[in-house]
Design a protein around this ligand. Structure first.
Ligand code: FAD
Length: 431
């Protein structure tokens, strides 16, 4: 990575995860004249040791409850299918995303069945190929499932499965670099802004701000490099609310707009890798039990990965990425073994933890400009589905910046404004 950022850039993207690099790619893809935009991506950790992108499960599904999320998935699936047309580079090897089109299988009990059915209707309306299965149909298709307590299941027939997150991240990055995007290894530690006092129609004083400089702390040095810029994009994933605070967002008189915080928090999630030679085998989809426990096949040879989101009371400490193996023994395994009796004989091989970029307000992404900081954009809070939506998110942010509005998919319900107005856009299918 280049050590020093340029002294001036049109757009500074903070965070070089899949979201940051997707935005960088789409900005260059859409710029009106080649070379017109100077875009820099600032990433503090080029090894990505804690980045959500590379610690994710790599899943893509259409089975969401919000039409916008379904539409984003449908676009992303098309994008991934044609990835070499978008991100291929002349004279370089073709990109192999390692897509496993094995589908997602959601199981619902008595309580969850009506919701599953409602979601299914929305998904079908949006053009997603999903089918409902009654318990006997489920048993016929997947004889290894114990259907006790299952009232309804939904299964994705197309555009669902999993792929390699590293490959997607690298493909976006390499393509964006080939198109002239700058990258910089450093940590954004502050901002310099300018202020303008105004009075609202109601006669209340309000302060508008613009970020003039992004301050980048260079690695292993006390040196801080200011980058003058026209526009800043916060794509710092699980750390995006910290970054917003550095920009003065969420700090102000409690009754004022200035005090509205970005409600995105890191939430630690474990993924356990286990071996089970007598497990379901090659036709195994990504199964999400009515209890919330999930698992899927990992490669061939009887390996699987799985996990469960903890309850609010069980939420682990987020200061480190240590794995709690007892959580698997006590919470996850009994649920999986109940649903798939063959998994009683599994053996845990290894595990890892990563941070969900969790939007505590409504579990959906935050896209677009801050109402008071005129050149500060958000692209974070994707709550466990940011990897799969990254192609659509990058395109959407580039449209907002270069066209002034969403021209492909209308994602305006995901604006920061909703935290001020109280409009939630709840996603019911969070795994
Ligand atoms: C266990 C787990 C499983 C998941 N499974 C799935 C899945 O199956 N499907 C799916 O779609 N999504 C999944 N996700 C969610 C997905 O990984 C995230 O939504 C997505 O990767 C977010 O991408 P990002 O680029 O915003 O964040 P990140 O990949 O975390 O990138 C943000 C980057 O910002 C950098 N950064 C932060 N602060 C600064 C700063 N001040 N200066 C410079 N750089 C900074 C960080 O170093 C980091 O590299 C999962 C997540 C986890 C943890």
């Amino acid at each position: 990575m280049e050590k020093y950022p340029p002294e001036r850039a049109d757009i500074v993207i903070i965070g070089g995860g899949v979201i940051g690099w997707s935005i960088a790619y789409w900005l260059k893809q859409k710029e009106h004249r080649q070379g017109a935009l100077k875009v820099v991506v600032v990433e503090r950790d080029p090894t990505y040791s804690r980045a959500s992108t590379v610690l994710s499960a790599g899943g893509i599904r259409q089975q969401f409850s919000r039409p916008e999320n379904i539409r984003m998935s449908l676009f992303s699936a098309q994008f991934l299918r044609n990835i070499n047309e978008h991100l291929g580079i002349v004279n370089e090897d073709a990109i192999d995303i390692q897509f496993n089109p094995s589908g997602y299988l959601f199981l619902a009990n008595e309580e969850g069945a009506p919701i599953l059915e409602e979601n299914y209707i929305v998904q079908r309306e949006e053009g997603a190929q999903v089918m409902l299965l009654l318990p006997d149909q489920l048993k016929k298709k997947f004889p290894w499932i114990n259907t006790h307590g299952v009232v309804l299941a939904s299964y994705g027939l197309e555009n669902e499965g999993w792929f390699d997150p590293w490959t997607l991240l690298n493909a976006f990055r390499r393509k964006a670099l080939s198109m002239g995007v700058y990258q910089c290894h450093g940590e954004v530690t502050g901002f310099k802004d300018s202020k303008r006092e105004m009075v609202t129609d109601e006669g209340d004083p309000v302060t508008f701000r613009r970020i003039k400089q992004v301050l980048v702390q260079m690695p292993n040095s006390l040196e801080c490099q200011p980058v003058e810029c026209s526009l800043v994009i916060n794509a710092a994933g699980a750390w995006s609310s910290k970054l917003s605070e550095l920009a003065g967002i969420g700090i102000g008189h409690p009754d004022s707009l200035e005090a509205v915080k970005l409600p995105v928090e890191p939430k630690k999630r474990y993924i356990y890798v286990f071996h089970c030679p007598d497990g379901p085998g090659m036709d195994c989809p990504l199964l999400i039990d009515s209890s919330g426990a999930y698992f899927r096949r990992e490669g061939m040879g009887g390996n699987y990965i799985g996990g469960l989101s903890p309850t609010e009371k069980e939420e682990p400490d987020v200061n480190d990425l240590e794995v709690d193996y007892d959580f698997f023994q006590q919470k996850v395994w009994p649920l999986l073994a109940h649903r798939v009796p063959a998994l009683e004989s599994l053996k845990v091989k290894t595990a890892w933890a990563g941070y969900y970029d969790y939007n505590t307000y409504d579990q959906n992404g935050v896209l677009g400009i801050h109402p008071l900081v005129n050149n500060f954009f958000f692209a974070s809070g994707f709550s466990g589905h940011g990897l799969q939506h990254s192609p659509a998110v990058g395109r959407a942010v580039a449209e907002l910046i270069l066209d002034g509005y969403f021209t492909s998919l209308d994602l305006s319900p995901y604006s920061f404004q909703r935290f001020c107005s109280g409009d939630r856009v709840l996603e019911r299918n969070i795994v």
